[in-house]
Design a protein around this ligand. Structure first.
Ligand SMILES: Nc1ncnc2c1ncn2[C@@H]1O[C@H](COP(=O)(O)OP(=O)(O)OP(=O)(O)O)[C@@H](O)[C@H]1O
Ligand SMILES: [Mg+2]
Length: 448
């Protein structure tokens, strides 16, 4: 049963209203002024509040403001007489959902209350679904202990509460979207919408209506009104992925929205105010795109108020072991398999790979390995051949230890070949004990 609280200084009005609503099956409590209303709301949070605007003591606007803070879930309906519309508008700003004109029309009253309770139900459902979705996702923490990654985490933490536009750049698979989600969670919060739009995947002729929405009949095929991504992201974050692919003719429109905070749906006559934090991402070099005339410079600077550069994985190989651990845990949940980790040789191969596809490629390689593996520890045999074959190859890496290991493996192989595979002889020529050589053969995964 929905709980309704009536706050009105006129006793007859208040009690008549209460008995009408009780007959309809609502549970009603009444208060003669704001103070009493707030006290009752504190005892038992109402679903709907019908609040008079003009009362002695605290007026309706003030009551609305304090009620919204006290029970943010409640729908507040302002009851007002003609001539007080200005004040009613103030009440909207403080969180009222709708208003009713005195004298009350019973049908209209019941319809509005029903609409409010329906809205309330939907709000609760959305909140619940967002929570479920957030719990199911593996989190938005950017894993990695390298100095580069730490700095990015600190930067995100610092800029999250601001409303400024952020541009995330970096090669494909470096975690641009994850950075955007992390920014959203720490700033706008997980309860608010995060809407991701891939600018390259939008059909060219529909980009504008997808982003800004359209009015019914705005163009052939626009049979009903459509809410655009901007409006869906209201009060939350709009992630404009692959912004470099946004058609040139739409760029000034986006710029206008960023500057004015208002959107004009296609074919609409009035613009809509939106409060959206924009995070854009690109793996293109936008400065080159500007030179080539494919991207507007003004938009670029408007987007790049703050830039987060996601470094490629090969520049922070120290992040690979913690990433592997994190990704294996994440994949274990997804695939329902248990894996302990990588054995030495596999870890070495993974440490020295070029990772042109960055973290995404690493994740895909691990997923494949996990599906193929028979043991709980993943070995070289579970990795793609080109990767496994790289152990000791040592190209594409600046990491000193990896390079040294690569050279060592190559040198040992050469000496072994020269001695026809005679390990004692090879050890002698290399100037090490045979047992040391055996250990290195094993560690460097050299078949001999
Ligand atoms: N630092 C990190 N910690 C944990 N997971 C990461 C990290 N970086 C990337 N990932 C994971 O790697 C995958 C790819 O990341 P994401 O989609 O954010 O990359 P992207 O830069 O947007 O890639 P693309 O340019 O291909 O769209 C995701 O599954 C993401 O969760
Ligand atoms: Mg992406």
């Amino acid at each position: 049963m929905n709980r309704i609280l009536i706050i009105d200084d006129e006793e007859v009005f208040r009690e008549d209203l209460a008995s009408l609503l009780r007959e309809e099956g609502y549970s009603c409590r009444t208060a003669a002024d704001g103070d009493e209303g707030l006290r009752l709301a504190g005892e038992e949070p109402p679903d709907v509040v019908l609040c008079d605007l003009q009362m002695p003591g605290m007026n309706g606007v003030e009551v609305t403001e304090r009620l919204s803070a006290l029970c943010p879930e409640a729908a507040i309906l302002i009851v007002t007489a003609f001539g007080t519309m200005d004040t009613a508008v103030d009440a909207f700003r403080k969180g009222a959902l709708d208003f009713l004109l005195k004298p009350l029309e019973p049908d209209e009253l019941l319809r509005k209350i029903e609409r409010c309770t329906e809205e309330l139900r939907l709000r609760r459902e959305v909140r619940y679904l967002r929570r479920v979705a957030a719990e199911a996702s593996p989190g938005t923490t950017l894993v990695g202990e390298s100095e580069l990654m730490r700095r990015i985490r600190t930067l995100i933490e610092r800029i999250a509460p601001a409303a400024s536009t952020v541009l995330v750049t970096g090669e494909s698979g470096t975690g641009k979207e994850l950075a955007a989600r992390s920014l959203h969670e720490q700033g706008r919060g997980p309860d608010r919408p995060f809407v991701a739009v891939n600018c390259s995947a939008l059909p060219r002729e529909l980009v504008e209506s997808e982003l800004f929405g359209h009015a019914k009949g705005a163009f052939t095929g626009a049979v009903r009104e459509r809410t655009g991504h901007f409006e869906l992201a209201d009060r939350g974050t709009l992630f404009l992925d692959e912004i470099g692919e946004l058609p040139l003719e739409l760029q000034p429109k986006l710029l206008r929205v960023l500057e004015g905070g208002e959107i004009l749906p296609v074919g609409a006559t009035r613009s809509v105010k939106v409060d959206v934090r924009i995070v854009a991402a690109t793996n293109r070099d936008l400065e080159r795109e500007i030179e080539g005339g494919h991207f507007r410079e003004d938009l670029y600077y408007r987007l790049k108020v703050i830039e987060i550069r996601m470094p490629p994985l090969r520049e922070r190989r120290g992040d690979i072991p913690p990433l592997v651990e994190h990704l294996l845990r994440k994949l274990s949940r997804k695939l329902g398999r248990r894996v302990r980790g990588l054995d030495r040789a596999a870890m070495q191969a993974v440490m020295s790979a070029p990772w042109k596809g960055n973290v995404r490629e690493l994740e895909n390689v691990l997923e494949r390995a996990m599906l193929l593996a028979e043991e709980e520890e993943l070995g070289l045999g579970d990795l793609p051949a080109d990767l496994a074959g790289r152990v000791g190859a040592g190209e594409d890496t600046d990491d000193l230890r990896t390079a040294v290991h690569a050279y060592e493996a190559q040198h040992i192989r050469q000496v072994l070949r020269a001695t026809g595979g005679n390990r004692e002889e090879a050890a002698r020529r290399l100037g090490v004990n045979p047992s040391t050589l055996y250990r290195r053969l094993k560690d460097l995964n050299i078949d001999a």
